[in-house]
Design a binder for this molecule. Sequence first.
Ligand code: G6P
Ligand code: MG
Length: 215
Amino acid sequence: NIKACIFDLDGVIVDTAVYHYKAWKRLAAGLGFDFSEHDNERLKGVSRMRSLEIVLECGGVTKTDAEKEQLAAQKNTWYTEMINQMTPAEILPGAQEFVQSCRDAGIKTALGSASKNSMTILNKLNIVNLFDAIIDGNKVSKAKPDPEVFLKGAEELSIEPQFCVVFEDAIAGVEAAKAGGMKAVGIGDANILHEADMVVSGLDKVTLEQLEILP
Ligand code: G6P
Ligand code: MG
């Protein structure tokens, strides 16, 4: 009775966290402090502006709204320079195959990402056509854990939320799926993503049969 699968992008289809991290680290260095890999975990699934606020908080730095806009734009320039170099080889193991297997089984597919750079990344990976609907950071006003991004995906696919499964690597994303009345498959660590109905290490470790027996 699964009719749609909705996929987060960063950390599920592709590992862009490393590029986000490099760009934030460079920004922090310019402001005179170091940004650690540990703190980078807090940015997963979080919008660009909120990420900046977390980074500034880590450095104990305060900025005006205008300065924040400028800093976020600078980070995004560095980030887009890096993602423009991406190739299909960077698609995470099993991701393309799993999304395709959903389509082959008649299950609708959607992207549900907070990133405003989603289209650039999908184009670089050459997988735009894998998705029946694409909801990205340009289409939503409320960030995860608000379910807006996934509810919009379900709506565009014309599938009721209870028939949707969301694939997410971020705590906020799993919370968003559950808040929207959907099933959630966590991608990562079961101790961190404990609200998910099931947790796997990657899309190479999940089958359609497993989805059918989700609670
Ligand atoms: C995803 C990533 C976050 C990122 C956000 C916004 O949710 O996990 O780390 O901050 O997208 O990305 P953007 O490309 O719009 O800056
Ligand atoms: Mg993610």
